[in-house]
Ligand binder design. Structure first.
Ligand SMILES: *[C@@H]1O[C@H](CO)[C@@H](O)[C@H](O)[C@H]1NC(C)=O
Length: 426
């Protein structure tokens, strides 16, 4: 074989090996413990998300781009157009954690045991939710918390009643602790569109009863710009989606008429607010018609949830999907077509390597589409114990004044890459 031919063959073999070794777009390309390829497919760049995870993000290398702790490299193959929607180039506006506890005792049928509510506050013998939030802001860079609460707790179990002041005062302590961190705070009525098994506006509580609660909550926080109103957690099995949109409209109207005109309001659809089914189940089309009293849709954001486990339930240790092809990409297209935005207020997974991989991919995709996705809120810290006690726990472990985050939080959910632990003594 002539030397020239041999040289060409070696080149060809080398090229074939390079192609095999490339990580796909949104695939992992580096990080502590990563033994796979550190080369990205054409049209993507290896970008560090944390010390533990680098991934191939759409784009081309620039001299100032982030580099991976592992080798960062880009392909020199001819550029091909990646099959992803337009890139906004923005970062997500929000990253946060659910601080659960006031919702304990609530079931998916909307039964909430008032005495099951457990404030995630040390003065009520709960976990230190205030300390957790301070840690999450100061050490991890989080800027939003979602504060679930049972509707029955707010009314002390009496449908149609005014807010029950002693209970609301307890809940307000968590809200004030949240606001004191400088973060935005989502008030989330965690009732699955129901009160004791019956659906709002469709045989259960009337729209007026629902609106009364929202009017009174909005009056409390009308002058607080960092409050976000989460109309309802995870409606499901709703017989008539248009009637449900009418119930959501009643809440929006009540909130605005109470003087809370500047704040964001989150509009939930059917199917447990599944991001994947938001359009196909009719929720999105129905909720497009919900408006502010002036007819605008300013500040009206669609509320969507998405887990990464096999049945989107958020109950399994392992993750099987990054949700990009089935949920986030089609939803991004629909949101752009309709000039609207969505907020992923529940997502999470176990503290295992497959969840780190898929969660990092999901978050990176959302950030690449930050024109339509405002951010994400992980499920959950607050009164959940350690991951040993609750599989999806994002509760940090406290030792003295030092907080140590869970694997998933430190690996990719915390906005400050590689954040692991820090001291936020109070
Ligand atoms: C309600 O919650 C309290 C406190 O956790 C518990 O003792 C009680 O059994 C619960 N009641 C029902 C009906 O589940």
């Amino acid at each position: 074989m002539a030397p020239k031919r041999l040289f060409a063959l070696v080149l060809a073999l080398f090229a074939a090996a390079s192609v095999r070794a490339q990580s796909p777009i949104f695939g992992q390309c580096g990080g502590i413990g990563w033994a796979g390829s550190t080369t990205c497919a054409a049209g993507s760049v290896c970008t560090a998300q944390s010390a533990y995870y680098s991934q191939c993000l759409p784009g081309t290398a620039t001299s100032g781009s982030a580099t991976s702790p592992a080798t960062s490299s880009t392909s020199t193959a001819p550029a091909t157009t990646p099959s992803v929607p337009p890139i906004s180039g923005n970062k997500l506006q929000f990253a946060g954690v659910n601080i659960a506890g006031f919702d304990f005792g609530c079931n998916t049928d909307g039964n909430c045991n008032v005495s099951g509510a457990w404030p995630p506050l040390t003065q009520y013998y709960g976990m230190d939710g205030a300390g957790q939030m301070t840690h999450f802001v100061e050490d991890d860079g989080y800027n939003v918390f979602r504060l679930p609460v049972g509707w029955q707790f707010l009314l002390n179990g009496v449908l149609g009643a005014d807010l029950y002041a002693p209970n609301v005062a307890e809940y307000d302590m968590l809200v004030q602790a949240c606001l004191a961190t400088g973060a935005s705070c989502i008030i989330d009525i965690h009732n699955y569109a129901r009160w004791n098994g019956e659906i709002i506006g469709q045989g259960g509580p009337t729209n007026e009863q629902f609106a009364l609660t929202w009017s009174q909550l909005a009056t409390m926080y009308a002058d607080e710009p960092k409050i976000i109103f989460g109309v309802m957690n995870e409606p499901h099995d709703i017989p008539d989606i248009d009637l449900w949109a009418g119930s959501v409209q009643a809440a929006v109207t009540a909130i605005r008429n109470a003087g809370a005109n500047s704040q964001m309001i989150l509009l939930p659809g059917n199917d447990y607010t599944s991001a994947q089914q938001f359009v196909s189940d009719g929720s999105g089309p129905a909720l497009l018609g919900v408006t502010n009293p002036d007819g605008s849709t300013t500040g009206l954001i669609f509320d969507v949830h998405k887990y990464l486990d096999s049945d989107n339930s958020g109950t399994h240790l392992d993750c099987v999907t990054n949700n990009i092809d089935d949920a986030w990409a089609p939803l991004a297209t629909w949101l752009r077509e309709n000039g609207r935005q969505a907020f992923n207020t529940e997502t999470g997974g176990g503290n295992v390597a497959d969840c780190v991989e898929f969660m990092c991919q999901q978050i990176a995709y959302q950030a690449q589409n930050a024109d339509v996705f405002l951010g994400y809120v992980g499920w959950a810290a607050g009164n959940f114990g350690s991951p040993a006690e609750y599989v999806l726990s994002e509760g940090p472990t406290q030792s003295g004044t030092t907080w140590t985050d869970t694997l998933l939080v430190q690996s990719c959910m915390a906005p400050i890459a590689g954040a692991q632990s820090g001291s936020t003594g109070q």
